[in-house]
Design a binder for this molecule. Structure first.
Ligand code: GRF
Length: 203
């Protein structure tokens, strides 16, 4: 499948950069059709501009207009696959339905633990430390209507160290995020992802 990606971001965009790098290094066969941000100050926008990737800032608060504009952008850019990489706003249900099986997210913990509404950024890692977990990691998963509930596609672990802070754990998890997200996308590019209910098999 020739991936025509829309990458959605709200912040610094290190996962977006990992996707760009994987494409540049020949590890990922995909084209980034557009970077979409809900925040005009997102660092990812600068990365996109430098890389010559088209950008759209969708900051409107009104839900109907938000959904309508999103649809137009996705159609106009011929997007056939959506990646949420640190996108904090909820995707309208109609768009999730239209892209079901072709919309994925990266979460900085091992789902189904430490996910759901409000679980983002350092809060996730602090919760992992507060629980006393010995491992954490990253999950690439399908996006469903409820936050962080879609089937996992790839998960990779990192150890939790005795002297970790939320920041040091976040940095360790981020390194594996940058590996698994492009790897997962490449599996879609190679049409090696088979889904049976919640079980995702890699062919
Ligand atoms: C990452 O930790 C990702 O897992 C989460 O949001 C963060 C985004 O970081 N969903 P970045 O903008 O890709 O650097």
């Amino acid at each position: 499948m020739q991936l025509h990606l829309a990458v959605f971001v709200s912040g610094r965009g290190s996962n977006f950069l990992a996707i760009l790098d994987a494409i540049a290094n020949g590890k990922l066969s995909a084209k980034i059709a557009v970077l979409i941000s809900d925040r005009s100050e997102a660092g990812a926008l600068h990365i996109a501009q430098q890389a010559g990737v088209a950008t759209e800032v969708l900051a409107c608060r009104e839900e109907e207009k938000y959904e309508h504009t999103l649809r137009l952008v996705l159609q106009h850019r011929a997007v056939n696959f959506i990646v949420l990489a640190g996108y904090l706003r909820k995707i309208p249900a109609a768009i999730i339905r239209a892209y079901r099986g072709r919309i994925i997210n990266i979460h900085p913990a091992l789902l189904p633990s430490f996910g759901g509404k409000g679980m983002y950024g350092l809060r996730v890692h602090q919760a992992v430390l507060d629980y006393g977990c010995k491992v954490s990691g990253a999950t690439v998963h399908f996006v469903e209507e409820e936050y962080d509930t879609g089937a996992p596609i790839m998960q990779r672990c990192v150890p939790v160290r005795d002297n970790d802070t939320a920041e040091t754990l976040a940095a360790r998890v981020l390194q594996v995020e940058h590996q698994v997200l492009p790897e997962a996308l490449q599996l879609f590019a190679e049409e090696r992802v088979q889904v049976e209910e919640r079980r995702v098999r890699i062919l």
